[in-house]
Design a protein around this ligand. Structure first.
Ligand code: NAD
Length: 280
């Protein structure tokens, strides 16, 4: 069994980004990412801090706009409008989830597709499905980058994805399809999950449920990508896969932490550089 080491690959990517930032600066351009954080959800706060620190490490300017949870949808739309019109801001990200009184889709659609470094705008989402170059959601992008780093051939592979959200499962399915893999996308209503998972050459799990995937659900020699992030009462962070037992059967597996998480941040930084260069 080999570990898919997202942490060390992310460090390599950050090193490249640092060089790209320096090159842009010689042309008088300072890449800049604006992050909007609404309310005081502790997990969201910690993700935003991690993103800001990663920007700092690479020389990308990061602006965090902290807004109260009672902010109106209209005021939030106006904040985005201002950032869309600010030439010094290259990337805009709204940390999800948003408070219930705000229509998330409306907010995501307000972000200029050229600054949409999360790739959640329907325009960018549509481009992915057409196999066109776009700003690609960071988690799925990071997963494909990680698998390619380990020279894992995706063509014709049976890829089973559990979790079909707009930010993880659906774009991940599209990216694998673009790599000519065969996709099964499972979700809460999928019957006999195990029947599907046992068929997986590559199993990707992004649900948010501790030990959803046990050893008996995984084929011998499979590749397992654990996207889940769960905080145990002890404070320990674990994924959705029973790592200790499942890893005995896999050829490759991502750890949590140190797998998909750091690749997500690295991909966000890559998207920020792409947005700065206007290569969209
Ligand atoms: P979400 O709640 O939007 O979607 C969850 C998906 O899982 C849904 O499609 C739902 O149908 C499916 N699901 C729920 N219970 C299921 C079950 N018992 N069996 C099969 N499918 C089931 O969540 P999300 O935003 O996509 O996040 C999913 C997980 O991935 C969370 O743990 C989140 O923290 C994590 N995540 C990690 C990263 C990272 O960088 N590593 C990034 C984003 C999300």
């Amino acid at each position: 069994m080999q570990i898919l080491d997202g942490k060390s690959l992310s460090q390599k990517i950050e090193h490249n980004i640092k060089n790209q930032v320096q090159e842009l600066q010689t042309k008088g351009i300072k890449p800049s990412l604006a992050v909007i954080l609404v309310g005081d959800d502790p997990a969201s706060h910690s993700y935003v801090t991690m993103k800001a620190k990663a920007c700092q490490r690479c020389g990308i300017e990061s602006i965090t706009k902290r807004l109260v949870s009672s902010i109106s949808e209209e005021s939030l739309l106006l904040e985005i409008e201002n950032l869309n019109n600010d030439n010094l801001v290259h990337g805009i990200l709204v940390q999800l989830p948003l408070p219930k009184h705000i229509n998330t889709n409306k907010i995501l659609e307000k972000i200029s597709p050229k600054k949409d470094v999360d790739g959640f705008h329907p325009f960018n989402a549509g481009k992915i499905f057409y196999g066109l170059d776009s700003l690609t959601p960071a988690t799925p992008k990071g997963i494909i980058t990680l698998l390619k780093e380990y020279k894992i051939d995706l063509v014709g592979k049976n890829v089973v994805i559990i979790g079909a959200s707009n930010i993880v499962g659906k774009p991940l399915a599209a990216l694998f399809l673009n790599e000519n893999a065969t996709i099964t996308l499972c979700h809460i209503y999928t019957k006999n999950l195990k029947e599907h998972t046992l068929n997986a050459d590559i199993l990707c799990v992004g649900v948010g449920k501790v030990n959803l995937i046990t050893q008996d659900m995984v084929k011998e020699g499979a590749i397992v990508v654990d996207i889940g992030i769960n905080k145990l009462e002890s404070g320990k962070i674990v994924g959705d896969v029973d790592f200790a037992n499942v890893s005995q059967k896999t050829s490759y597996i991502t750890p949590v932490p140190g797998g998909v998480g750091p690749m997500t941040i690295a991909s966000l930084l890559e998207n920020t550089i792409k947005a700065t260069q206007g290569n969209i």
